[in-house]
Design a protein around this ligand. Sequence first.
Ligand SMILES: Cc1cc2nc3c(=O)[nH]c(=O)nc-3n(C[C@H](O)[C@H](O)[C@H](O)COP(=O)(O)OP(=O)(O)OC[C@H]3O[C@@H](n4cnc5c(N)ncnc54)[C@H](O)[C@@H]3O)c2cc1C
Length: 506
Amino acid sequence: MPQTASPKLDSKCPSGPIDAQWTRHKFDLKLVNPANRRKFHVLVVGTGLAGASAAASLAELGYRVSAFCIHGSPRRAHSIAAQGGINAAKNYQNDGDSVHRLFYDTVKGGDFRARESNVHRLAEISVDIIDQCVALGVPFAREYGGTLANRSFGGAQVSRTFYARGQTGQQLLLGAYSAMMRQVGLKKCALYANREMLELVVVDGIARGIICRNLVTGELERHAADAVLLCTGGYGNVFYLSTNAKASNVTAAWRAHRRGALFANPCFTQIHPTCIPVSGHYQSKLTLMSESLRNDGRVWVPQTKGDARGPAEIPNAERDYYLERKYPSFGNLVPRDVASRAAKQQCDEGRGVGATKMAVYLDFRDAIARDGAATIRQKYGNLFQMYEKITGEDPYSVPMRIFPAVHYTMGGLWVDYNLESTVPGLFVLGEANFSDHGANRLGASALMQGLADGYFIIPATIASHIAGRKFQPVDAQHAAFGEAEQTARARLDQMLNLRGKRSADS
Ligand SMILES: Cc1cc2nc3c(=O)[nH]c(=O)nc-3n(C[C@H](O)[C@H](O)[C@H](O)COP(=O)(O)OP(=O)(O)OC[C@H]3O[C@@H](n4cnc5c(N)ncnc54)[C@H](O)[C@@H]3O)c2cc1C
């Protein structure tokens, strides 16, 4: 078992009224003066939304930053896949939204398992994230008059989701990437592409560096610093088939765990209700159809078990729009866990559709009749195109077939209110940590959390470590780096020498 550097967990949540905690905490935190910041070196592992925004913000503040990207370019980070949108309590629609309502919806949607202080902070910061992204040039969808547009996501009765068609993650990532590359251009941030972190280096109980592998040359490298930020995403791929990119491989979080960073709620995995069903044995991943589609698409199954008719032959009276029937106040936009359970139940009871019978319909017929195909194309065109490419069916004329799939991990490395793990000096941001979503994340809240962590929280809370602890300079010749490199090398050699006859996936 790994040694825990700090087995007694202290969340460090501030006391007092919840809506004043973050403001007071920021004031209570020590500051690092601008001239001192350049003396400290921070490693940022993973350059998705959380990592790129953290690297940009810390470098902007004056810290020396090194960012490690597993891909050839940070523009390829997994966050690029995010489709539907990002939540913020702006109340632009004047439909009753507020910071408190976003806080409440998030805590309730997560089955009251989230850390409430963190969630309130997230809801407060949400409004600043949109301003920050607009300032960076993110092209959010707008109304005719120029104001930012919103749509609805599951688990909310207000419209608070900002979006850029079905490519919100890509556009937000380009914003964070541009901010980070500006710092790379200013030589305040060193970018290491094609690097996979293989080990965390802990010296005297404090995270002081990493061992990573150059994926082009195969060489192992040592990087020493004063703090390490893990922004390496979730672990949905432990289930093999998921909507995650294949490079979201949990190596970093797992190695950190073996060095003493505790996991929290690892069983809290989100099963997303609207994915393209498994279609064969040679599939390496699954494709998401964004939750935003449930704004206009209606979910249904035939009322009769084993009904073999095509969807067009089944009249309305013989369809069961089961989400609208069971949950009239949320309708098709119930939270993900509810929609997924209901779809599985329908299929288990014999009402599944398609060749495998492990699917339900997501039907746009009524929305197209009401708003016209052009409007639907404008909102979801790229998702419809993706669906048609994968299934060969045109969702403008035939309902989509969808089924739940592993999508997101609410669990992750345990962090305190400062986003610090149980290894001092090791901070965990974005999907890699556990703190904000309880047992179920609301749609469009992961992008919000990653950017809150990177742009707004870590720039303040990293001072708790930098200014709050005394630690000696360490370089990569320290014995702990030698031991960690040796461990990584031995593991690689073992795998390369296995001479097995089949792949790990087979
Ligand atoms: C298909 C899809 C659609 C989604 N749509 C939405 C949406 O509309 N709204 C929303 O809020 N959320 C959405 N999500 C969730 C959201 O995209 C993610 O939770 C979020 O982008 C995670 O950001 P991150 O920065 O924490 O991690 P990531 O973007 O996953 O970045 C982490 C990076 O670290 C890399 N990495 C992993 N291990 C290592 C290592 N050992 N060394 C170096 N690098 C490593 C990974 O490959 C990855 O590129 C969606 C997710 C998926 C899969």
